[in-house]
Ligand binder design. Sequence first.
Ligand SMILES: [Zn+2]
Length: 149
Amino acid sequence: MTTPRPSLTHVGPHHDPRGPDGVGLTIGKTFTFEASHRLNGLPDGHKCARLHGHSYRVTVELTADELAGPGFVTDFGDLLPFSAYLAEHFDHRDLNEVLDVEPTSERLALHLVRWFLDNVQPVIAGRLVAVTVSETPKTWARCTVGNAR
Ligand SMILES: [Zn+2]
């Protein structure tokens, strides 16, 4: 008697990363940086209107229809350009000067998804599923890509 093997070779009509048996793989890597920001357009007295800082956590999630190399969705080492981008442009910066929009977690996640798709996605094995940005241990904003979950 054989056990059904999970299939990761199926490419669904909507780029569903799951195989026909509902099995799929997602990997993630978390990056950190420290930065300040202040948010405009808030009611008087809102604490986020004051200049303050966060230890940001940025988690990238990837999937793939087929595994590469020894069995990777993407070699974590291939995410080095993303790490370098965060370190160079975001770490110990004022996010109000980095982004030309209000630096909320939501807009930062959206910006990082677009940068990843333009600069990292073309040269890695996997496909970006989402980028999640956390300013605090209890809060996060997750920007998803296309039909990926
Ligand atoms: Zn804040």
